[in-house]
Design a protein around this ligand. Structure first.
Ligand SMILES: C=C1C[C@]23C[C@H]1CC[C@H]2[C@@]12CCC[C@@](C)(C(=O)O1)[C@H]2[C@@H]3C(=O)O
Ligand SMILES: O=C(O)CCC(=O)C(=O)O
Ligand SMILES: [Fe+2]
Length: 342
């Protein structure tokens, strides 16, 4: 077995970094959740934003290539995924996160597990806790859903399955456009894209209503491990991406558009021509925030190395299996890429 979940199985977490706070029971922000004030690129933040690409534009591939180079992220419109589907997934996510804490803990991610309810995997790297709860799905969600709703789990599973299917199709389309813009041979493109097929994850994120949003952190700065991540954010602001020389730039939700960002695996594959982008979620508004993140990855036994090389370029990264890279990242977080540099 070389599934993605298997790669996470041998990287156990302490329960302190799995079990979220009982958010409903706290009236003031506990000290364990108070972060230093966060900086903003205040002036530029309002003017600058990541590029938007219309997927039906004949130049979409070129535009996506530019966006991945300049920003490591872009928004995509005209993707043909019906708005209703986002609403259905969000409504099921809301149903899950509004369960009583004791009930949610029945689907808790196990210490050596990859799926289920819990804190973000990056939690152990920070000395404060994030104002966040997540639910990770890899393939079928039936086992956890049965534990949560013994008599009424079908709807949740069906909606999540439908969403993952649509996301996979979109991810394949985007991957082809992205890799073509890198001047990679058709053969290599097919090898990478077809390998990605079963190595995906869907993460439901909830940022509950917070008693002191200015001193809390939704999701701490991180890059995704994926090739590409496709994110749907509900109507509430909070996502920021880091742009070199500018600072943190807000990515406002716009109705029906999806945020796509470059992950570490594409960063390696592109020989750093495309950069995995640092992003975080700040607590801006007095509302619960939901997001749906779909990670398109590669199987754990896939050996990844820079492919986008012309005759004069040297590879910047050594070849590494996805399993080993995930292990390096689990120990070193943001230093992982520099640790595999040649
Ligand atoms: C396929 C993935 C991608 C994971 C791990 C695994 C399942 C859950 C994903 C996230 C979701 C939240 C941020 C992140 C940083 C986290 O802590 O868990 C992501 C991580 C990664 O991109 O590394
Ligand atoms: O909630 C968001 O907008 C971002 C979520 C995210 O970065 C992730 O799940 O990796
Ligand atoms: Fe992320």
């Amino acid at each position: 077995m070389s599934t993605l979940s298997e790669a996470y199985r041998d990287l156990p977490h302490h329960p302190h970094h799995i079990i979220p706070l009982d958010f409903d029971s706290v009236r003031t922000l506990p000290d364990s959740h108070v972060w230093q004030p966060t900086s903003h690129a205040s002036e530029s933040e309002d003017r600058l934003s990541i590029p938007t690409v219309d997927l039906k534009d004949p130049d979409a591939g070129k535009l996506i290539g530019h966006a991945c180079e300049a920003w490591g992220a872009f928004q995509v419109t005209n993707h043909d995924i019906p708005l209703d589907l986002f609403h259905e997934v969000e409504s099921e996510a809301r149903r899950l996160f509004s369960l009583p804490t004791g009930q949610k803990l029945k689907a808790l991610r196990s210490p050596g597990g990859a799926t289920g309810y819990g804190l973000a995997r990056i939690s152990p790297f920070f000395n404060k806790y994030m104002w966040h709860e997540g639910f990770t799905i890899m393939g079928s969600s039936i086992d956890h859903a049965r534990d949560l709703w013994p008599n009424d789990y079908r709807r949740f599973c069906d909606v999540m399955e439908d969403y993952q299917k649509k996301m996979k199709e979109l991810a394949v389309t985007l991957m082809h456009l992205v890799l073509k813009s890198l001047d990679i041979s058709e053969e290599e493109i097919s090898r990478v894209v077809s390998a990605g097929g079963d190595s995906t994850a869907l993460q439901l994120n909830s940022y509950p209503l917070c008693p002191d949003p200015n001193r809390a952190m939704g999701l701490a700065p991180h890059t995704d491990t994926s090739l590409l991540t496709i994110l749907h954010q509900s109507t509430v602001n909070g996502l920021q991406i880091f742009k070199e020389g500018v600072g943190w730039v807000l990515v406002s939700p716009t109705n029906g558009s999806l945020v796509v960002n470059v992950g570490d695996l594409l960063h390696i594959l592109s020989n750093a021509q495309f950069r995995s982008v640092l992003h975080r979620v700040v607590m801006k508004e007095n509302q619960q925030r939901l997001s749906l993140a779909y990670f398109y990855c590669l199987p754990s036994d896939f050996h990844i190395s820079p492919l986008a090389l012309n005759s004069t370029q040297m590879p910047l990264y050594r070849s590494v299996s996805v399993r080993d890279y995930i292990g390096i990242k689990a120990k070193n977080l943001e230093k992982a890429l520099s640790l595999i540099r040649i």
